[in-house]
Design a protein around this ligand. Sequence first.
Ligand code: ATR
Length: 277
Amino acid sequence: MKKYLVIGNPIEHSFSPLIHNHWIKKYHLIDSIYEKKKIEKKDLKNIIEDIREDKIVGVNVTVPFKKLIIPFLDKLDFAAKETQSVNTLFKTNNKIVGYNTDSRGFLDSIQQPHLWGSNSIAPNFLKGKHVFVIGAGGVTSSIISALKSEGAKIVLSNRTREKANQLKKLFPDIEVIDWGKRPPNCNIVINTTSVGLTKDEEIKIDFSDYDNDSHKNTLFYDLIYNPKETMFLKKARLRGNKTMNGKMMFLNQAKYAFNIWTKILPKINDEEIKLLD
Ligand code: ATR
C-alpha cells in the first residue's frame, strides 16, 4: 500500500483527502490511500523517518507546520526556500525534499482567462499591476513570492506590523503600510488573513469608493473558501468588483503535489470544482 498524508493541527476540516483520493481513484492508483493526521510538533521527526523508510510516500503539510518542518528536511525547492514555507514532502534520490506548491497554485488560479473576461492571458499580465496584500500569516509569503515572480507591485498591511516587516526582509521590494490604511488604486486586493472564517467577521479596511466603473475590473480575492463568500467578497460583489475565493488555489496546489508524487498532472474540471461544494 502506498500511503499519503496531510499533517496539521487542527486537521478535521482539511479537504485534501477528498481531492487526492478522488484523483487516486480517477487515475486507477489502486494500491494508494491518502489520509489526514492531526499531529503535534514532537511528531514531525517521526513523519520524516516514515518517509525515509518508505512507510509514507508523500505528505502535505498544513497549518501550523509549514515553516516548522524545514529543519527536518534535506533539501528545499526554489519556492520553499524563497517563502520559507513547505506544503509538500517527497523523497527523491534518498533526500527528503520540501516543496511549495501554494505559490504555483495561486498563480494558476489568478491566470484563468475567464476571470479577466478574455480567451487567453498575456504571459506578463501581472507585470506592474498594483496588488494590495492583506495579512502576514503562514500562507502570505507564498502569495507574495508568486506575485513578485510575475513583476507585480506589492503593498502589504498586517494588524501586527512586525510580521509584515518580517516579510519585507524576505521580499525587500514590497511596501508595508499601516493597518487600516490602503493604497489609493489597486488592481487586485487579496485577503490572506483568517478574518471571515467565522461568518460576518469583517476586515476593517474601507473600499466603499470602489463602487464605480473605473473599479469594476478590480479583483477582490479571498484565500478562504469555506465559507464560499466572506463579507470581504460579498461587499466587493455588491459594489460590482470581480471576486474570487480560495477554492481554485486549493485545487491547483493539490494538483502540483499530486504531480510531484505520481508524475500525473490532473486536469481541474467541473467534477473537481464541484467536489468541494
Ligand atoms: P496562519 O499561519 O494560519 O495563517 P497566522 O500566522 O496566525 O495563521 O495568521 C493569521 C493572519 O490573520 C495574520 O495576518 C493575522 O494578523 P496578526 O499577525 O496581527 O495576528 C490575521 N488576523 C487574524 N485575526 C485578525 C483580526 N481579527 N484582525 C486582523 N487580522 C487578523
